[in-house]
Structures are given as structure tokens and as C-alpha cells.
Unconditional design. Structure first.
Length: 182
């Protein structure tokens, strides 16, 4: 059950209805997180704008990898469900790769380095070591790409925190612990 107010369709401001309609068109429904964010149109705009902008900084599988690794590190069940679903349905990722990303790895060595680095960013609160930076650079990432990795991790942290505070009810296929299915 939501701990924050979820506005009824009648309470949603007109400008927000268009945003929710666009989100609904992408998913086939409006996920609970966005329904909750509709109570504050500015926050909804911040989240959707950041998510939209993040799509331009790294390829989809790398972004999914970061989202899974960060959501696992934060223990955000809602975001794990959403990102597992999106990684599978829209990202073409296998169940094995999704589980590996959650564990800070990947079937792809380059994305494995991103997953480890993203989790280290979260766990160290950004105070990564020289070795952490060297590992992600050795995997082939440039400094501008490292900035993009951190940006995507922070965007995921934002939604993790919102959903953890709210204890948002999972309204899409859920996931179990790493190595298990829903």
C-alpha cells in the first residue's frame, strides 16, 4: 500500500494527464510510481525529463545494466521489477544477464565493468577508488562515458529513493532475489 498520496484521475492537473497518457502508451498502463509522482507535477517533470535525457547518454543495454545494478544495491524491489521487465521486454536481455547485472556483473565483459562500477558508486556514495576508475577505464569507457554512467546511476537512485520511501506497490511482474524468477 502506498505511503504517499496517489491522486485520483480527477485530482490530476490537466498538464499531468498528457504526461501520464504518454507513459501509459509506452507501458500499456501507468505504473504506480508515475501515478504517485502525479501528485507533484514538478517532481513528475523532473523525473521524466531526467529519464528522457538519460536515454541519450549511453546505449539501452548499458542503461538497463546500471539500473539493475543500482536498484539491487539500494534494495528497491519496485525498481528491480520495473527494470527487469524493461530489460527483458524492451532491451532484449536474457534472464541470466538480468540476474548477473543485479549481482554487479553481465554476460558482456564491458557491461560487467559498468555494473560493478555503478554498484561501487552507490555503495561508496560516489567516493570510488582509483582502482574502481581504472577498472571501468580498462573496460573501454572514456571519462565522458564515466560521467554518463554516474548520471544514469543518480537518476536511478532518485527513483529508488522515491519508491523505497513510498513502498510503492509492484504493479508489474515482480522479481525474486538474484538467481530466481518472479
Amino acid at each position: 500500500m502506498s505511503r504517499l498520496h496517489v491522486p485520483s484521475p480527477d485530482e490530476v492537473p490537466a498538464g499531468v494527464k498528457g504526461i501520464l497518457d504518454n507513459i501509459g502508451a509506452q507501458f500499456g498502463f501507468v505504473p504506480n510510481m508515475f501515478a504517485i509522482l502525479a501528485s507533484n507535477p514538478t517532481v513528475l517533470n523532473v523525473v521524466t525529463t531526467l529519464q528522457g535525457s538519460s536515454r541519450r547518454v549511453l546505449d539501452a543495454k548499458t542503461r538497463h545494466t546500471i539500473a539493475l545494478a543500482v536498484s539491487q544495491a539500494n534494495g528497491c524491489d519496485y525498481c528491480l521489477a520495473v527494470h527487469s521487465y524493461m530489460s527483458s521486454e524492451f532491451g532484449g536481455m536474457s534472464s541470466e544477464d538480468i540476474d548477473l547485472c543485479r549481482a554487479g556483473s553481465s554476460v558482456d565483459p564491458k557491461r560487467a565493468a559498468v555494473a560493478r562500477f555503478a554498484q561501487q558508486v552507490v555503495e561508496s556514495r560516489g567516493q570510488v577508488s582509483h582502482a574502481d576508475l581504472a577498472a571501468v577505464r580498462d573496460a573501454g569507457y572514456t571519462d565522458p562515458q564515466i560521467l554518463a554512467i554516474v548520471t544514469v546511476a543518480v537518476q536511478v537512485l532518485l527513483t529508488n529513493f522515491i519508491n523505497n520511501v513510498n513502498q510503492t506497490e509492484i504493479d508489474i511482474p515482480g522479481v525474486g532475489s538474484v538467481g530466481t524468477s518472479g
